[in-house]
Design a protein. Structure first.
Length: 101
């Protein structure tokens, strides 16, 4: 787990653009600090360190991240969405990946 110095007390998983996220499960966002979609509601947390940047977003405002975007310093990036399936299972599904530049 990573504890971002920018947002003390927030423990978010340490992931990179190559992470499979198969075993990650739900990720809570108790206190989002950014409004990434401009609707007036705080919905996201951005972490950055020497490796790159991660943006965790709770688009449905249930307190759980349902979108993650990672951009690494070397230009690798990836995006995932958290899906709840009708059978009660859930998983992170990679929706995009590549390299910038």
């Amino acid at each position: 787990m990573v504890n971002s110095p920018e947002f003390p007390g927030i423990d978010l998983p340490d992931v990179d653009a190559a992470s499979p996220l198969h075993d990650l499960g739900e990720v809570g966002l108790a206190h989002p600090v950014q409004d990434i979609d401009g609707d007036g509601a705080l919905d996201s947390i951005t972490e950055s360190d020497e490796h790159g940047m991660r943006v965790w977003t709770d688009t449905d405002r249930d307190g759980l991240a349902d979108h993650l975007t990672v951009v690494e310093k070397d230009g690798d990036y990836a995006a995932w969405e958290f899906h709840h399936h009708p059978d009660g299972t859930s998983e992170w599904v990679r929706t995009d990946q590549g390299r910038l530049g």
